[in-house]
Design a protein around this ligand. Structure first.
Ligand code: ATP
Ligand code: MG
Length: 137
């Protein structure tokens, strides 16, 4: 079994969709083993999305991520990283498959409701940015 890192983004928390997103996650067989609602600092958001810092949408992305509280989570299950990417759907909701979180709830390619780690290595790095070992049960 594997762990991945998830964020329920501001467009979803603002619309009170945390429970609906969590229902999709749990129905997919992933277990929420840590979860907290936080307001990301600008520093935290910039560090988290550092790989995208040269992209034209970086400033907009950081502003969006700090615009409202987010829910950060650790998800556990078999092939959790790949499984959650599947459950999230494509980055652009217009291309996301039926039944995925982004197809169901995302508003646009920028405001796309959830983040999920894209590799096991990144999952470990991202989890450590927001959770201590003791918080994951
Ligand atoms: P995430 O990393 O949030 O799980 P992802 O891996 O599907 O999403 P990335 O390519 O890593 O997509 O992009 C990170 C985030 O940057 C996207 O989720 C989205 O919020 C934002 N983003 C990506 N492409 C664009 C774009 N063309 N315009 C605006 N925002 C974008
Ligand atoms: Mg990504």
């Amino acid at each position: 079994t594997e762990r991945t890192f998830s964020i329920i983004k501001p467009d979803a928390t603002r619309r009170n969709l945390t429970g609906k997103v969590n229902a999709v996650i749990e129905d997919a067989g992933l277990r929420i083993v840590a979860q907290k609602r936080i307001r990301m600092s600008r520093d935290q958001a910039e560090k988290f999305y550092e790989v995208h810092k040269e992209r034209p949408f970086f400033g907009e992305l950081v502003d969006f991520m700090i615009s409202e509280p987010v829910v950060v989570q650790v998800l556990e299950g078999e092939n959790a990283v790949a499984r959650y990417r599947e459950v999230m759907g494509a980055t652009n909701p217009a291309q996301a498959a039926d039944g995925t979180i982004r197809k169901l709830y995302a508003e646009s390619v920028g405001e796309n409701s959830v983040h999920g780690s894209d590799s096991l290595d990144n999952a470990e790095i991202e989890i450590a940015q927001f959770f201590t070992d003791a918080e994951i049960v």
